[in-house]
Design a protein around this ligand. Structure first.
Ligand code: SAH
Length: 487
């Protein structure tokens, strides 16, 4: 478990980082913690570039004996055999709070003004489990002014066919005061992981309030962050946000304390908090349905032994990103009618910075599914993930001819919303579509009758799969048809 912080301030001695952290760049220092050891050293300490590293060595036995023992609770062996020693989690926060406490509090004995100076900083975390993947990382860090780069790590580098792990290597870049960065990391590392190692009680609220005081209230995901930090205890999260809002009111109202205005404002904020719980839950659900959708598609492609895939209507490249990081897939094409989406995909995938061997497997194409396109010939499979519902019904015919009639891959995987499930989205008015650009949303029967017709006309057979957890009556949130060419 390794965290590095790099300073590259121009025109100054970058080794100033040592004063801020109160750790000398030329010395290795080790600290004993309740659950292991923590080492601070500088892999690089020149005048131009100074990088401090915090290496956490966790002792699984100490971890179980200490206050963290209950966290892995159910299975006795899981207490000893788990990924905690290798990944950054809330233990990293504990270590940060111990070894960089003064920096976190904005104190710098020798150069006090330095603590108040924004520095060009790059933070790297070697392996962090992230629930919600890259979209969640971006949603959490970008509003705080970070540039986020994340790469999902393979389960085992020697066996790419094993696929990806849930761990990410993360790089964050920003121009900010070190104390702000440390406070962000303290709160957000355990939030990414979602699994805190010790019991979360009321005292955790104090830590969250203290470390999040300057920024949490205005963060668009404040509710999700507070809820995850407090280990999904909604009541505690609501209380924390309410208190943050309250302290803000107190500041604004001077020292009036219990005055009528302050109380009214607090009441409104509480109502706001409840409302935002709903919104954030919806967002979390959406993020996770997306993830589940991509997982389901990748799993199916692998089961079918598909190595050459064309993702039609690839959008911003969510599926492409999964495929390109997995060397099981040898040739990948992403096609979309929207240049803007393709540009975003290109940026997100960081094709320009990808090793040649990896990048050359992927091509992005601008094109429309309404027109015959020989570039789509000779693929093992085509995927159309949440695309058909964006096409006008009278134009579906052209789509069918292009994909099933002309490109004719061995397999076509199509996902689309299941309209019946919409009843379960509380915020969706009856009769409305999930997205304003949807031209239709089909029930399971409608999707099946369309699919059957395609099979008859183009010589394919079809199997149906649920995406997401199915309701016993209304079915899954997303439906998937896997078409297999007959010859
Ligand atoms: N598959 C992506 C994007 C789904 S949104 C994902 O799951 O994230 C639908 C996508 O279909 C949009 O990116 C839109 O630009 C694309 N699209 C719509 N009509 C299209 C057409 N005629 N040809 C190609 N792409 C189209």
């Amino acid at each position: 478990m390794l965290l590095t912080i790099e300073n590259t301030r121009k025109g100054e001695d970058a080794r100033e980082l040592g004063y801020l952290l109160q750790k000398h760049p030329d010395r290795l220092q080790s600290f004993e913690l309740a659950f292991g050891q923590c080492h601070i050293f500088y892999p690089e300490a020149s005048n131009e570039r100074c990088r401090a590293a915090l290496l956490l060595e966790i002792d699984p036995v100490k971890l179980v004996r200490g206050s963290g023992g209950k966290s892995k609770g159910d299975a006795p062996l899981a207490q000893y055999v788990n990924d905690r020693p290798y990944v950054a989690s809330s233990l990293m926060s504990v270590a940060l709070g111990k070894v960089f406490r003064s920096a976190m509090n904005g104190q710098c004995k020798d150069m006090p003004q330095l603590a108040e100076t924004a520095l060009p900083l790059t933070i790297e975390l070697s392996a962090v489990p992230v629930k919600g993947g890259e979209p969640f990382l971006q949603a959490v860090f970008e509003p705080l002014g970070y540039e986020v780069e994340a790469e999902r790590l393979p389960l085992d580098e020697r066996f790419s066919e094993w696929g990806e792990s849930r761990l990410f290597q993360i790089r964050l870049k920003t121009d900010a005061k070190l104390k702000d960065v440390l406070n962000h990391l303290y709160v957000l590392i355990p939030v990414l992981d979602r699994e805190k190692h010790y019991y979360v009680g009321a005292e955790e609220i104090e830590k969250l309030l203290r470390r999040g005081e300057q920024w949490l209230k205005d963060h668009p995901l404040s509710q999700v962050i507070a809820t995850r930090y407090l280990r999904n205890k909604k009541s505690l999260a609501a209380l924390a946000l309410e208190r943050l809002a309250e302290s803000e009111n107190e500041k604004q109202n001077g020292d009036e304390g219990e005055s009528g205005t302050a109380n009214d404002a607090t009441a409104q904020n509480t109502a706001g908090t409840e409302k935002s719980v709903g919104q954030e839950e919806a967002l979390e659900k959406k993020l996770s349905l997306n993830e589940v959708r991509m997982d389901t598609v990748v799993e199916r492609l692998k089961d079918l032994g598909v190595r050459r895939v064309a993702d039609l209507g690839c959008g911003e490249g969510k599926l492409l990103s999964r495929l390109v990081h997995d060397f099981f897939f040898q040739e990948i094409v992403g096609m979309d009618v929207s240049i803007r989406s393709l540009e975003i995909a290109e940026r997100r995938l960081k094709l320009d910075r990808m090793p040649e061997r990896k990048a050359q497997r992927l091509k992005l194409l601008h094109g429309s599914l309404m027109y015959r396109d020989s570039r789509l010939n000779n693929f093992d499979a085509a995927t159309c993930i949440e695309v058909i519902e964006h096409l006008d019904v009278p134009r579906l015919n052209a789509f069918e001819k292009v994909v099933f009639g002309q490109a004719r891959p061995s397999y076509v995987l199509i996902t689309t919303p299941n309209r019946e499930y919409n009843k379960l989205f509380e915020s969706l008015e009856e009769g409305r579509f999930r997205h304003s650009d949807h031209r239709f949303e089909w029930s399971r029967a409608e999707f099946r009758s369309w699919s059957k017709d395609i099979c008859q006309r183009f010589g394919y057979s079809v199997d149906y799969f649920d995406v997401g957890t199915a309701d016993p009556e209304l079915g899954p949130p997303t439906q998937m048809g896997v078409f297999c060419r007959g010859d």
